[in-house]
Write a protein that binds this ligand. Structure first.
Ligand code: NAP
Length: 172
């Protein structure tokens, strides 16, 4: 069985790495859908699909995980067609892994098996918390794999988020 995990990964953090490692151990491979691929340069979605792809690929390879496929998936404004949209873009998959009730329903209605992921360190590892810490200049390094930290440094991602936060202030 080949599993599909869809998330925005803004950014990919230690909780995601734990989950992906567990899925690969169980199924032997994984398809990772990078959701909202059209989004970037906002406080909720600061990183482009390409940047997220780069962070995830570097992290998984450094952790000895090689059986993965990364698929950027843009949002479409028709929920009833979303799973067909993914099927058209991704390698074949048998099971979708998601805890989001809407996402689960869409896959189920399309006849796909859905498994709810186990959460790991959820109180610490959260994309929203990492973005908040960056915007407030707090320590966030320990929440992400070193490859993600380095990738965000490389693209000047901290200053990008600080500028986005300033832009929000200006537009209030
Ligand atoms: P998401 O936006 O990545 O996740 C939503 C929330 O659930 C975030 O707080 C996220 O935390 C958390 N979460 C996700 N996976 C988790 C896990 N394994 N453990 C703990 N917390 C987890 O993803 P989503 O809501 O599941 O949606 C996936 C993508 O599908 C999105 O890009 C969405 O726009 C897209 N989508 C599109 C359509 C359409 O185009 N019509 C329809 C449905 C969904 P973290 O930030 O820490 O991961």
């Amino acid at each position: 069985m080949r599993p599909l995990l869809v998330g925005r990964f803004q950014p990919f953090h230690n909780g995601h790495l734990w989950l992906v490692s567990r899925i690969v151990r169980e199924y032997g491979s994984i398809i990772i859908g990078i959701g909202s691929a059209q989004e970037s340069h906002t406080l909720v979605n600061p990183f482009t699909a390409g940047e997220r792809q780069y962070m995830i690929q570097r992290t998984l390879e450094s952790n000895g995980i090689h059986d993965f496929y990364l698929v950027p998936i843009e949002d479409i404004y028709r929920n009833s067609l979303w799973v067909s949209h993914i099927v058209a873009l991704a390698p074949p998959f048998d099971v979708a892994i998601s805890g989001n009730p809407l996402v689960k329903r869409l896959f189920q209605e399309a006849g796909k098996k859905v498994i709810e992921p186990e959460m790991h360190g959820r109180e610490t590892y959260s994309g929203q918390e990492i973005r908040r810490r960056i915007a407030e200049k707090e320590n966030w390094k320990d929440l992400v794999p070193p490859e993600v930290y380095r990738s965000i440094q490389e693209i000047d991602g901290e200053n990008r988020i600080l500028d986005l936060a300033k832009t929000d202030e200006v537009n209030k």
